[in-house]
Design a protein around this ligand. Structure first.
Ligand SMILES: *Cc1c(COP(=O)(O)O)cnc(C)c1O
Length: 415
């Protein structure tokens, strides 16, 4: 361990009792939880697009769709401006609306549920499996009613949902499966790439995701469903602007749906094309960091490290460390404060949907209605996992975590 004896100021509210000794401060610069991995290649590609005379949806967007679909062996792909937009038009294109029920997990970002609300359907939340924290297929089975029209599995942290039972339920009941793969690029379940299993799959290219276009998303699926979604993605017009204004284009279009404005720009697609080339290298770096964390925390009784089932390839989007709270004198919130006090940015993924006032009040949910998600939420902390972390950064994160465990753990120091 680095041993710089620089105690934090005694006025800091974060490091007063019950600390048995002054914590060491390992870093003088704050380590951002998840900065974007943008290099000179991305910058050049964006500038090139700005000079090209075509900045919105056009040839680069089509090329990004083509390469993205090919990388997953998906039949078709539609680039949009967010994963939220992709999920929204998936539901709209499948005709889901008022009176319909859509099942998803409470352990997700709010937008997975918001889109169900946006189309006027009813959100039906289910609890999670304790090990991988994705939707529990038994809970899904129990939640199906004659009104259920779709299931939205979320590949939490990048670990695929147990898809076989979900797909079997969908087939048995004639229900659509729309996957929220915001964390799951690239991932696979029993050798099937995520993006090729359910009816439609939505990916996110938000700034913190494994591949970023600043803001952006992609929807994959069959050519027929993706074409239907494409119409919803741009005003419900029967042909898109690129085709209208390009060479050989026609002024004529028809509006066949009250569609949305969710198209991706060529500026974003230019970023995406470069990022796609770098994805394997970025994933390899994530893997090395994950392994160092597992090695550092796996033997410590204070922690539970992420579980990786043998039948999946994990996208390694988040490293969610779980605190064995009976081994700590402090709670998760204090643990988070202590990490920030050591200049390490951490986060919590996620505050379960059913705890948020909109959903709690609309559906009358209590914290204990989804006891596994509620329990895991209270002991989870996401530590930095991104490809630009240097080996020294990773050491700093490990030292900070172990220092907090040494000071606030009940086991006393090990090793
Ligand atoms: C980031 C995220 C989204 C939303 O993605 P956007 O591209 O920002 O719309 C949806 N679901 C999950 C699980 C996410 O983490």
């Amino acid at each position: 361990m680095v041993d710089i004896q620089t105690p934090l100021t005694s006025t800091s509210p974060l490091v007063t009792e019950p600390a048995p000794r002054a914590p060491r401060q390992y870093r003088d610069r704050f380590l951002t939880f998840s900065p974007p991995a943008i290099g000179e290649e991305e910058i050049a590609a964006v500038v090139d697009t700005l000079r090209s005379g075509w900045i919105t949806t056009g040839p680069k967007t089509r090329e990004f769709e083509r390469q993205f679909a090919a990388s997953l062996q998906a039949e078709d792909a539609l680039a949009v401006n967010s994963c939220t937009g992709a999920l929204h038009i998936a539901l709209a294109a499948l005709g889901i609306g008022p009176g319909d029920e859509v099942i998803t997990t409470t352990m997700t970002f709010c937008s997975t549920a918001h889109v169900i609300e946006h189309v006027g359907a009813t959100s039906v939340l289910v609890d999670i499996e304790p090990d991988i924290m994705t939707m529990d297929p038994a809970a899904v089975a129990a939640a199906i009613t004659p009104r259920t029209k779709a299931i939205i599995p979320v590949h939490y942290a990048g670990h695929p949902v147990d898809m076989n039972p979900i797909m079997a339920l969908a087939e048995e009941h004639g229900i659509y499966v729309i996957e929220d793969a915001a964390h799951a690029l690239p991932a696979s379940y029993e050798d099937q790439p995520i993006g090729t299993i359910g009816h439609l799959t939505a990916f996110s290219f938000y700034a913190t995701k494994n591949l970023t276009t600043a803001e952006g998303g992609m929807l994959t699926g069959s050519a027929e469903l993706v074409e239907r979604a494409r119409i919803f993605s741009l005003h419900g017009m029967s042909r898109d602007a690129w085709k209208r204004y390009g060479v050989g284009g026609s002024w004529f279009y028809e509006v066949v749906e009250a569609g949305f404005k969710y198209n991706m720009t060529d500026i974003q697609a230019a970023l995406g094309l470069v990022q796609l080339e770098k994805l394997t290298a970025m994933q390899n770096r994530r893997r090395l960091i994950m392994e160092r964390y597992n090695q550092a925390f796996g033997a410590r009784p204070e922690f539970q490290i992420p579980v990786e089932r043998p039948n999946v390839d994990h996208a390694l989007h988040l490293y969610v460390l779980r605190l064995n709270l009976d081994k700590f004198s402090v709670d998760r919130n204090r643990f988070v404060e202590e990490m920030f006090a050591r200049n390490i940015g951490v986060s919590v993924h996620f505050i379960p949907v059913h705890l948020h006032p909109y959903y709690r009040d609309k559906y009358g949910w209590q914290p204990e209605d989804f006891p596994v998600a509620y329990r895991e939420y209270q002991r989870m902390v996401s530590i930095p996992l991104h490809p630009q972390l240097t080996d020294t950064d990773v050491t700093d994160v490990i030292d900070a975590v172990l220092d907090v465990a040494d000071i606030f753990g009940l086991e006393g120091k090990s090793a």
